[in-house]
Design a protein around this ligand. Structure first.
Ligand code: CA2
Length: 144
């Protein structure tokens, strides 16, 4: 197993910090990557941060995380959280632990965000803390 933690981000998260800061905060994905890299260094880990707008790409990256011996995956599937049985199956199909991460708390938002398929298979979920959700999730990797 390697010390690399994959941090996979789903659709529209490339716009983070540019729109809807009242929901998602004003940090960009690059800001979050920089915070994670600092914290990972302290923990003796490395970060591989990625974003895609395509569901199948997230599935491929989950398979890759396992094939490459990643320590864990932090996964913010964005809207695919609430729709994707393909992602649920992929999280179940790999042995690499997956921590589900959300900036907001979907359970306090619209009813269609209350269901999380990924959450059914994730080792843990960290949500509702803004960018800090990713840092708390990374700390949790060190405790897995
Ligand atoms: O709170 C989260 O992290 C979410 O995964 C974000 C998703 C949403 O569909 C989930 O229910 C909860 C949305 C990501 C969209 O990101 C945007 C960023 C800036 C402007 C608009 C959307």
């Amino acid at each position: 197993m390697t010390d690399t933690v994959y941090v996979l981000n789903g659709p529209n998260l490339n716009l983070l910090g540019l729109r809807e800061p009242e929901i998602y905060g004003s940090d960009t994905l690059d800001d979050i990557a920089a915070m994670l890299e600092d914290r990972a260094r302290e923990l003796g880990l490395a970060i591989d941060m990625r974003q895609t707008n395509h569901e199948g790409m997230l599935v491929d990256w989950l398979h890759e995380a396992q094939a490459e011996g990643a320590r864990a995956v932090l996964l913010n599937p964005a809207a695919y959280t609430h729709t994707s049985i393909a992602l649920l199956d992929a999280v179940r199909a790999i042995r690499t632990p997956v921590i589900e991460v959300h900036l907001s708390d979907p359970a306090t938002r619209e009813p269609f965000r209350h269901q999380s398929y990924v959450g059914m298979a994730a080792a843990r979920t960290v949500k509702g803390l803004g960018a800090r959700s990713y840092l708390v999730a990374l700390d949790a990797v060190a405790q897995l």
